[in-house]
Write a protein that binds this ligand. Structure first.
Ligand SMILES: Nc1ccn([C@@H]2O[C@H](COP(=O)(O)OP(=O)(O)OP(=O)(O)O)[C@@H](O)[C@H]2O)c(=O)n1
Ligand SMILES: C[C@](O)(CO)[C@H](O)COP(=O)(O)O
Length: 236
């Protein structure tokens, strides 16, 4: 049977957590690396589970860690654990296949965005309810952006006023996400990209600095600092 948090909720959250974390450097799969004494995945799931609209959570775990992940998360929230795939897209598809009947909104949320506030989960879900096929949290691009040639010579300066840095959770009407995955050919790193390919509408909503993706060692150090100084405690 599929685990449920809030039977009255209308949102299922898929948490792809099967990545290696190559850019973080050698070690355990990234979702299981420690941040302030707890694996990234534990932080991420606790925050998602605190969002009142969440009906169920499905985690895609590394194949060799599925049992350890189930044991880790059992005291935190009722979750369903599936085995992830070789790409993020495969991991999301595996999790999607395990979503129980009921929720008509699906959020896809990187385990690597461990400090994402539960309020962002709610605001993305609310935006999906308002009618778009897909909703993505974004931040404005803060750096000057250059286009360069293979030899690093600058070709020009890009107008960044229309550029956005994309985060998760990304939200979808269930039928839209299922159709986008069914039609997917080449793997993409984000699910909204699949919906775009199908001609669906994708709406941007304000993201959160705390939803940073822990990708490189600096990000892990920054997240640790945010937690230990209390800056990231607007969530449980
Ligand atoms: N085969 C994969 C690859 C990625 N992910 C998940 O997708 C999220 C976003 O991926 P990213 O942060 O880019 O993680 P990695 O692929 O692990 O990073 P790297 O490219 O550095 O190995 C992460 O929570 C990661 O665990 C996944 O479930 N299955
Ligand atoms: C969905 C995503 O988090 C968008 O930023 C995506 O997983 C990014 O993956 P990337 O491999 O770091 O581009």
């Amino acid at each position: 049977m599929t685990a449920q948090l809030n039977p009255r909720g209308d949102v299922a959250v898929l948490v792809p957590a099967a990545g290696a974390g190559v850019r973080l450097g050698p070690g355990r799969p990234k979702a299981l690396r420690f941040l302030a004494g707890e694996p990234l995945l534990a932080h991420a799931v606790r925050r998602v589970a605190a969002a009142p609209s969440v009906h169920s959570i499905v985690v895609a775990a590394p194949v060799a860690e599925a049992a350890a992940v189930a044991e880790l998360l059992a005291p935190i929230a009722p979750v369903t654990v599936v085995v992830g795939g070789a790409t993020r897209q495969e991991s999301v598809a595996a999790a999607l296949a395990a979503v129980p009947a009921g929720p008509e909104i699906i959020l896809v949320h990187d385990a690597a965005r461990a400090l994402t506030p539960s309020t962002l989960v709610e605001s993305v879900a609310a935006a999906v309810r308002a009618g778009d096929d897909a909703v993505i949290p974004v931040l404005p691009v803060v750096d000057t952006i250059k286009e360069v040639a293979a030899d690093e010579l600058v070709l020009g300066t890009v107008d960044r006023s229309a550029l956005r840095a994309v985060q998760t959770p990304q939200g979808f009407r269930r039928v839209v996400l299922a159709a986008a995955h069914a039609a997917a050919v080449d793997p993409l790193t984000d699910d909204a990209g699949l919906v775009e390919k199908q001609g669906g509408s994708v709406r941007c909503v304000p993201g959160s600095e705390y939803a940073l993706k822990i990708t490189r060692p600096f990000d892990l150090a920054l997240a640790e600092h945010l937690l230990l100084t209390g800056a990231a405690t607007d969530t449980p």
